[in-house]
Design a protein around this ligand. Structure first.
Ligand code: ITT
Length: 198
């Protein structure tokens, strides 16, 4: 069965392709569907945005669509930037602009108060309206300065629990094993068979 990964984020796409590799789905990238324009993420929860992306892409392509909405929730900032993680430093901001803004905003926060988590909500949606969803979390803390060049987004300033390296210093397989996206996808795999044609 074919599945479209409903993301324009290249970092996410690479991780999801790897995570879905053993699942027997023929994975197609959203790049192959020029006619699908910008999907405005106007939800206030990860779930609303993931549902909107998956449903829109499934209805426009006629294929099973898998969408991920994710972000960073920082304890000292009351859970911000959350659903606004991609545009924290403004619409169209780069990953570096976003994490530099975060470091700046947290410059006076002591080490023991720098807890944070990545959250990922996934939705798999069929064009006939059947769907399943899942969620994954990865706890950790925000560093004082960036380290590493793997991954994407806030990875250079996030150290996952139980490690001293940032997420951007882990290999793709190491990250996938512990990440919010990895956890959400393992749970999605337990559900998705309910809506997949054998
Ligand atoms: P799509 O909507 O096209 O999937 P996007 O980048 O806009 O791409 P989101 O709205 O879900 O995706 O925003 C996710 C943002 O959260 C992303 O741009 C990063 O800033 C951050 N983020 C999510 N997962 C991350 C990860 O694994 N590592 C680092 N940052 C992450």
């Amino acid at each position: 069965m074919k599945a479209v990964i409903a993301t324009k984020n290249k970092g996410k796409l690479k991780e999801l392709q790897r995570l879905l590799a053993d699942f027997g789905l023929e994975i197609i990238s959203l790049d192959e569907f020029d006619e699908i324009g910008e999907i405005v993420e106007d939800g206030v929860t990860f779930y609303e945005n993931a549902m909107k992306k998956a449903k829109t892409v499934a209805e426009k392509t006629g294929l099973l669509a898998i969408a991920d909405d994710s972000g960073l929730e920082v304890d000292a900032l009351g859970g911000r930037p959350g659903v606004y993680s991609a545009r924290y430093a403004g619409e169209g901001a780069s990953d570096e602009e976003n994490y530099q803004k975060l470091l700046q905003e947290m410059k006076d926060v002591p080490k023991d108060k720098r807890g944070a988590q990545f959250r990922c909500v996934m939705v798999a949606y069929r064009p006939d309206g059947k769907w399943v969803t899942s969620e994954g979390i990865c706890r950790g803390r925000i560093t004082q300065s960036p380290r590493g060049d793997q991954g994407f987004g806030y990875d250079p300033v996030f150290v996952p629990e139980g490690d001293t390296r940032t997420m951007a210093q882990l290999s793709r397989d190491e990250k996938n094993k512990i990440s919010h996206r990895g956890h959400a996808l393992s749970k999605l795999k337990e559900e998705i068979w309910k809506i997949i044609d054998k």
